[in-house]
Design a protein around this ligand. Structure first.
Ligand code: GDP
Ligand code: MG
Length: 180
């Protein structure tokens, strides 16, 4: 008899429109990056299987279909989430300033059993742009925000250059698994 256990984990990705949520997911799941901006249409989620120790884990990663701009995502989107990935663009101040709202929105909508210990992770994306010269949010500022929310893990990423993408999602999987 196999000792392997299969686990389905729901992960949701939140953050302002344009920060690279869909691109990060595409890079992670399909190893593809597109420069073109396309509002996400169609599938609500993508899946990725990975092995963590003796567990076979299926990450079900939920993307927003562009409606993050103007409307609430609805309860079905949040229901049963095991981890929440917050994304901002290190070159866009506003996308960092709205993190508080996304964090709060998640807690209000998903109403996890224990909001204090629910696993979040923060990704500062697009660190490749202009060799980092156009960034407006420092690593330090981001880490301070994470500390203020109960030590949320932080990764700087580039969906374009596939920098830290696997590492970030592996962390997500482990957090979600621990919360399952
Ligand atoms: P979303 O609205 O948060 O899903 O953002 P998208 O994934 O659609 O990305 C918005 C735009 O930013 C697209 O033109 C992407 O090609 C671009 N983009 C996303 N991630 C990166 C990145 O890491 N580096 C660079 N240079 N561009 C990126
Ligand atoms: Mg998108």
């Amino acid at each position: 008899m196999s000792s392997r256990r299969r686990t389905l984990l729901k992960v949701i990705v939140l953050g302002d429109s344009g920060v690279g949520k869909t691109s990060l997911m595409n890079q992670y799941v399909h190893k593809k990056f597109s420069q073109q901006y396309k509002a996400t249409i169609g599938a609500d989620f993508v899946t990725k299987e990975l092995q963590i120790e003796d567990r076979l884990v299926t990450l079900q990663i939920w993307d927003t279909a562009g409606q993050e701009r103007f409307q609430s995502l609805g309860v079905a989107f949040y229901r049963g989430a095991d981890c929440c990935i917050l994304v901002y663009d290190v070159n866009v101040r506003k996308s960092f300033d709205t993190l508080d709202n996304w964090h709060e929105e998640f807690l209000n909508q998903a109403s996890p059993t224990d909001p204090k210990t629910f696993p979040f992770i923060l990704l500062g994306n697009k660190v490749d742009i202009d060799g980092g010269n156009s960034r407006v949010v420092s690593d330090k500022k981001a880490r301070e925000w994470c500390a203020s929310k109960g030590n949320i893990p932080y990764f700087e990423t580039s969906a374009k250059e596939d920098y830290n993408v696997d590492a970030a999602f592996l962390c997500v999987a482990k957090l979600a698994l621990a919360n399952d």
